[in-house]
Design a protein around this ligand. Structure first.
Ligand SMILES: Cc1cc2nc3c(=O)[nH]c(=O)nc-3n(C[C@H](O)[C@H](O)[C@H](O)COP(=O)(O)OP(=O)(O)OC[C@H]3O[C@@H](n4cnc5c(N)ncnc54)[C@H](O)[C@@H]3O)c2cc1C
Length: 369
């Protein structure tokens, strides 16, 4: 008889796990507490590793239906002077988050996943019991906690080794392009001014995705809607672009999470619930989807679920740990004096070692692809 999985959380991690398990013969039910599958955060960048996973899950074509391919990443100062250039030798795309969620959901449904909306998970036990907010208790061979950074399932198992807020956060917005020819030269640009950053990132034929990063204590800069006068004064050459920002904006503080273990008995923890990563190298969703797929691959290799989950963690976690460390490193210049920051970016542009560390996750060939 098919093994049964109950997944809690319908973000990138939960949907990727749902696809990967159902495609391997599992009977899968996914619980999402919201009344529809939606995602906040405007756009997202997906690198070669994430693209390979989307392809293996049957969601690549739809995700890239309206994409913006990135060829070069530039770092510039507040006067738009170039500090460093990084040409991509791998595929990198900016996409609309909602498009990627819809693509994964469509693929999950094609594979027979039952998606239950308005259903909240509360806790899980290592024996494989899931408690829902409705009071219902469900038993399964596998429970997957993919309920994001504030995961109640993870907390019910006491798995957190380290959870901390980082000193910075970001406001993310989408703005309509002026026309289809705007921003089609394949560049993403991150501008720096003190501890404030401005990411200019095309993400579809019709939209630009902007991420405004600042210290959490910089209350004026993190106010939403965006204080346009403040940001125009911070990045004068970007004034016409900043003027186009609308009232819909969202601020999120960055977090960092490490667990004692990624599983407890028959419960696996994936995505931000297991390893929230600051977005400095854009790999949170990439790692979430890689680990979701590799979990399903490891579970296919044996019947002893706790043992297979432990083997999965041993094999896959070192790359996620590396991603977390490098992502923290590339956020640190926000706290350095401008001269030191400039030096770091010039070094980062020249150092093959640093470039290799930064792109190691993106260049990784994920298990199951
Ligand atoms: C500013 C910023 C920029 C980023 N840029 C990138 C990028 O360019 N590339 C990249 O790869 N990553 C990026 N990330 C990281 C990425 O967004 C996350 O790693 C990813 O969204 C995590 O997916 P998830 O499915 O684990 O969690 P979430 O996306 O948080 O999904 C969790 C889901 O679970 C649901 N849920 C929560 N609790 C319950 C419950 N109790 N019961 C049922 N459902 C529940 C939620 O409603 C939600 O749908 C960025 C993050 C930030 C903050």
């Amino acid at each position: 008889m098919a093994r049964r999985a109950e997944i809690v959380g319908g973000g990138f991690a939960g949907l990727a796990a749902a696809c990967a398990l159902a495609q391997r013969g599992w009977r899968v039910r996914l619980h999402e507490r919201a009344d529809r599958l939606r995602t906040a955060g405007a756009g997202i960048n997906i690198y070669e590793n994430g693209l390979r996973v989307l392809e293996a899950l049957g969601a690549l074509e739809e995700t890239l239906a309206d994409n913006a391919r990135h060829l070069v990443r530039e770092t510039r100062d507040q006067h738009a002077r170039l500090l460093s250039t990084h040409p991509w030798h791998i595929r990198v795309y900016g996409v609309l988050r909602q498009r990627m969620i819809d693509a994964l959901a469509a693929s999950a449904q094609r594979a027979g996943v039952e998606i239950v909306l308005g259903s909240s998970g509360v806790s899980a036990s290592p024996a494989g019991e899931l408690l829902l907010a409705s009071g219902e208790r469900l038993r399964a061979d596998l429970i997957v906690a993919a309920d994001g950074v504030n995961s109640s399932l993870r907390d019910s198992l006491g798995l957190v080794r380290l959870r901390r807020y980082l000193p910075d956060g970001a406001i993310r917005v989408l703005i309509p392009k002026l026309d289809e020819r705007e921003a089609t030269d394949g560049r993403t640009i991150e501008y720096w001014s003190g501890s404030r950053r401005f990411l200019y990132n095309p993400c579809s034929r019709s939209y630009l995705y902007l991420a405004l990063t600042m210290l959490h204590r910089d209350a004026a800069a993190r106010a939403a809607p965006v204080d346009k006068n403040l940001w125009k004064a911070t990045f004068p050459p970007l004034a016409p672009l900043i003027e186009r920002i609308g009232d819909i904006a969202r601020y999120d503080r960055f977090e960092y999470i490490r667990l004692e273990r990624w599983s407890a008995g028959h419960v696996a923890v994936i995505g931000d619930a297991a390893h929230a990563i600051p977005p400095n190298i854009g790999q949170g969703a990439g790692c979430a989807m890689m680990n979701a797929l590799s979990m399903a691959v490891f579970l296919e290799r044996g019947d002893d679920i706790p043992a297979q989950l432990a083997a999965w963690e041993r094999a896959e976690r070192p790359l996620t740990n590396h991603t977390q460390r490098i992502s923290l490193l590339f956020g640190m210049p926000a706290f350095w004096p401008p001269k030191l920051r400039e030096l770091f970016y010039r070094l980062a542009a020249r150092s093959r070692w640093l470039a290799a560390q930064r792109t190691r996750t993106a260049r990784h060939v994920p298990t199951g692809t």
